[in-house]
Design a protein around this ligand. Structure first.
Ligand SMILES: Cc1ncc(COP(=O)(O)O)c(C=O)c1O
Length: 505
């Protein structure tokens, strides 16, 4: 019998706990996370290492956390801050009064994925006469385009990139455009390798075909203009390029704002109009949403506003210079180690390397680097691109660069000594032939247990849900085709996401 007066479980305690205890619990949980500050985590976080900035953004967030972006007339503060962010992004990316794109408009979204979904939605809904719309993207485009296509039922035409350049050929992009194409996309730069696509040529072929062209500058759109001002050879990628119709830039990346803020810009208001959703056919408030969320917190927007106001143009220029020096130092460290090679010469804020034929097992190397306090991001092999290691470099990395080289060399040595991951032959052949449809709960449970994933749901032991070393998991995923990788990850993450039914006391 369940006692219905006792509902406490997980986060819900019986009588509530003190504020101190609640905060203490958050802090204790956070202690198991990767370090968001300190320049040793090369993905997920963007840390400028500016003293006082965290306090400022926390205070700004607190001021506006309960403000609701649902209705700009009720909270004009939010409208003003959004307009200020869009103005800053538009100006940085070649638009605004006195430019060749004077009518640029935009919206503040919650992140890059939302910006890309909305760019695809706007392109789709601009053509209600096209029954089966399609978008053309290079294979290096961010996975969020695939998510947008999936959510919006738009077909995805993927153009492979040559492994030597890692960027799409404009002629191949042109050839992929058909009568149902509503959008052509490219990256400035791509996340995986940090290279800038030939935007001028791609925008030209899109314009020629009368199709919108979106530049995904989510990752580096805030850094590239500053790198150019520092003398780096950054190719044109913004609204100065004819044919570019929309651009996304994430403020929670290289504008160094706390998470939850991106900007989607359109060349003009007509381009943005089909992005909006309005609904008046119900008895409640008439809904008009420029973005996907309806209720949304003013916190991240206020925090981003405060970040931009505080750092200023000069601050971003300084941070870009520091980051550029860190990128150069890390790339030199990679070049100095036998068995590693850069996937591309760095041209933005990414260092991406792979192993030569007799080089180390990259997945073991990633674990060895983790053991030395460096958190890098493994990228699985894809089509004719080898597996690689990705480093997102931010300003906070600069003081650490000198320590990275010796640790990288030691990690490579330890990797050679450990030898590559050898999965049991039956497992490799199973993964080679398994189709996603054939994955039964038993097969998943067996694989997860074999890989040490998920822990034991029926046990109280404190062993975490993830193994300390991930090389075996990555090697297994690498042996699988993309469709099986997707399905395995869905299953594995599903195993991790299970309710905490503990009594909460
Ligand atoms: C080029 C690019 N586009 C889009 C995204 C998606 O951004 P978010 O994770 O903020 O949704 C990313 C994230 O890394 C990115 O690098």
């Amino acid at each position: 019998m369940i006692d219905e007066s006792r509902v406490e479980a997980g986060a819900l305690s019986r009588d509530g706990v003190s504020a101190e205890q609640a905060l203490d619990e958050v802090r204790r949980l956070r202690a198991g996370d990767r370090p968001t500050h300190g320049g040793r985590l090369f993905a997920y976080v963007y840390d400028p290492a500016v003293p006082g900035l965290d306090d400022l953004t926390a205070a700004a967030h607190r001021e506006s956390a309960h403000v609701n972006g649902l209705d700009p007339t009720a909270f004009p503060s939010l409208l003003a801050m959004e307009n200020a962010l869009v103005g800053a992004a538009g100006r940085l990316l070649g638009g605004g009064p006195g430019t060749s794109a004077p009518d640029v408009v935009g919206s503040v979204t919650s992140g890059g994925t939302e910006s890309l979904i909305l760019a695809v939605k706007a392109a789709r809904d601009a053509h209600p006469e096209i029954a089966a719309p399609r978008i053309v993207v290079p294979s290096t485009a961010h996975a969020a385009f695939a998510k947008a296509a999936h959510y919006l039922r738009v077909a995805l035409d993927v153009v492979p990139v040559p492994p030597e350049t890692l960027r799409p050929e404009p002629t191949a992009m042109a050839a992929a455009i058909g009568p149902d194409t509503v959008l052509v996309a490219c990256s400035a730069p791509s996340y995986a390798h940090g290279v800038v696509d030939p935007v001028v040529e791609i925008a030209a072929v899109a314009a020629e075909a009368g199709v919108r062209c979106h530049v995904d500058a989510c990752f580096g759109g805030w850094a590239l203009p500053y790198l150019r001002r520092l003398g780096e050879p950054v190719p044109a990628f913004d609204f100065t390029v004819p044919g570019v119709t929309s651009i996304s830039v994430d403020l929670h990346k290289y504008a160094y704002a706390p998470k939850g803020v991106s900007v989607l810009l359109h060349r003009d208001a007509a381009g943005r109009a089909p992005q909006y959703f309005a609904y008046a056919d119900w008895p409640g408030y008439t809904m008009i949403n420029p973005v996907i969320a309806s209720t949304r917190s003013g916190g991240p927007i206020a925090a981003a506003y405060a970040t931009l106001r505080h750092l200023g143009d000069a601050g971003y220029l300084r941070l870009a210079a520091t980051t550029r020096d860190a990128v150069a130092g890390l790339a030199d460290a990679v070049r100095a180690v036998d068995g590693l090679r850069l996937m591309a010469e760095p041209e933005s804020t990414v260092v991406c390397f792979t192993a030569t034929e007799d080089g180390p097992d990259l997945f073991v190397l990633v674990d060895e680097l983790t053991a030395r306090g460096w958190h890098t991001q493994p990228q699985l092999s894809y089509a004719d691109l080898p597996a690689s290691v990705h480093l997102t470099v931010t300003a906070s990395v600069a003081p650490r660069v000198a320590e990275f080289g010796p640790d990288l060399a030691a990690a490579v040595e330890a990797t050679h000594a450990a030898g590559p991951v050898r999965l049991p032959a039956e497992l490799v052949s199973l993964v080679g032939v398994l189709t996603p449809e054939a994955l039964t709960p038993e097969v998943v449970a067996g694989l997860a247990a074999g890989l040490g994933l998920g822990g034991d749901p029926n046990s109280d032991d404190t062993v975490g849900p993830l193994p300390e070393r991930m090389a075996v998991v990555n090697t297994l995923l690498d042996a699988a085709a993309p469709a099986l990788r997707e399905r395995l990850l869905v299953e594995f993450v599903g195993l991790l996401q299970r309710p905490d039914w503990s009594s909460g006391e």
